[in-house]
Write a protein that binds this ligand. Structure first.
Ligand code: HEM
Ligand code: HEM
Length: 332
């Protein structure tokens, strides 16, 4: 395969893996299964192209020039990312120091995006009309087909050896602590840390503080819900959560969205119409939440990834800001 086309194919595959990876994090619906499979297939198709890219790399490295360092850094990041993705998929190694393999996978992929843009700018490849020939399409199909074969073989091997990764959820997350909340890992979005909160003085401020409830008052609503917390760090757990449904807390308050804020300053917005599906939980599995899992109260947002499940809730308000008026992923 011409090296120009190999590089173009890699570019297309990198874009696909990056977008499907991000989508798999953003959504929490049944569509995730297909997005995650497409992600795995495209990711493995990059591995399929490795022998061809190897030839390009050897030739490129023989001619040292500005940009070689960037190319090598890009290579290291992509290889680490793919290796960490595969380690996650096995489910055998859950932590590498304080990091999950999936965390390493995503962090190095984001690093690779930045360095990769520089690489492509420094080593530009111009597409030609003939790149859309039948032959190229057939080859592209073959590369993706081999990626799919790789994905299916990996799934088969995991099943055969009984690796924990064989039972990954539809988002690719591994089961961890279902039914036993104390076993769930404690994770939060980047720079948040577990705050110290005095349960006896804590009050959740509802609707600009016009209503304040203690932890016992929230618990007294007794609304229960069986829901799966699926963390973007790569694990999920099913629990029985209990507390107060947001439609009961917010009653008739009018507005287009609900803003749920944490003591830490972290916040997420939801459509007003979701209120009856959301629970401000004080308990999981019949036990009060631990600090790490969001005590005194955390949000339970079924069908949404973990970063929507705001912990250590301090305030819940309704206003007219559209629910989508926030960064798709939290920035802090
Ligand atoms: C899996 C992703 C990729 C990795 C890990 C990677 C890595 C590398 C490395 C280590 C080199 C050799 C050092 C150098 O010449 O600077 C190289 C060369 C090169 N890469 Fe990439 N690259 C990737 C994707 C791409 C893409 C998407 C493009 C462009 C669309 C591209 C275009 C080039 C070109 C034009 C060369 C120089 C080849 C030569 O001078 O003979 N690469 N790449
Ligand atoms: C350079 C970009 C990326 C590459 C090359 C890549 C590649 C891969 C590969 C090869 C796997 C293993 C797939 C399997 O065998 O099933 C994987 C898994 C995974 N990646 Fe990525 N990835 C990239 C970026 C991302 C990003 C940005 C995210 C999320 C924000 C992400 C999320 C995931 C998830 C959730 C899995 C687990 C999927 C499963 O369990 O089947 N990836 N990735």
């Amino acid at each position: 395969m011409a090296s120009r086309r190999t590089n173009l194919a890699l570019l297309a595959l990198l874009i696909i893996t990056f977008l499907t990876g991000l989508l798999s994090w953003a959504i929490g619906s049944s569509l995730d299964r297909w997005i995650v499979i497409a992600h795995g297939v495209a990711g493995l198709a990059i591995v399929v192209l490795a022998p061809w890219k190897g030839v390009i790399v050897r030739r490129g490295l023989a001619r040292r020039r500005p940009g070689t360092g960037t190319s090598i850094a890009f290579g290291v990041l992509v290889v680490t990312s793919i290796a960490a993705g595969l380690v996650h998929v096995t489910g055998i190694v859950r932590w590498v120091g304080p990091f999950s393999p999936l965390g390493i996978h995503v962090a190095t992929a984001v690093g690779a995006l930045v360095v990769g843009i520089v690489h492509v700018v420094q080593r530009p490849v111009r597409p030609r009309a003939t790149d859309l020939s039948r032959r190229t399409l057939l080859r592209s199909g073959a590369v993706l087909g081999l990626g799919a074969v790789g994905w299916l073989s990996a799934a088969g091997v995991l099943r055969l050896v009984g690796a924990p990764g064989a039972d990954r959820g539809i988002t690719g997350s591994l089961e961890h602590g279902s039914g036993t909340p104390a076993d769930m890992p404690v994770t939060q979005w980047f720079n948040d840390a577990v705050p110290r909160i005095d349960l006896s003085t804590w009050r959740v401020q509802l609707l600009q503080g016009t209503r304040q409830l203690s932890v016992d008052q929230v618990a007294a609503f007794g609304d229960t819900l069986h829901a799966t917390l699926d963390c973007t760090g790569g694990w999920y757990a099913e629990q029985d959560w209990s507390g107060a449904r947001l439609d009961r807390l917010l009653e008739e308050a009018q507005g287009s969205s609900i803003l749920v804020r944490s003591v830490t300053g972290y916040s997420r917005r939801f459509p007003r119409s979701d209120a009856s599906a959301l629970v401000l939980a004080t308990h999981a599995g019949g036990e009060p939440l631990s600090s790490g899992h969001g005590a005194p109260a955390r949000l339970v947002a079924p069908g949404r990834r973990g970063f929507w499940w705001v912990k250590w809730v301090s305030a819940i308000d309704v206003d007219d800001v559209p629910w989508w008026w926030e960064s798709p992923f939290p920035l802090t």
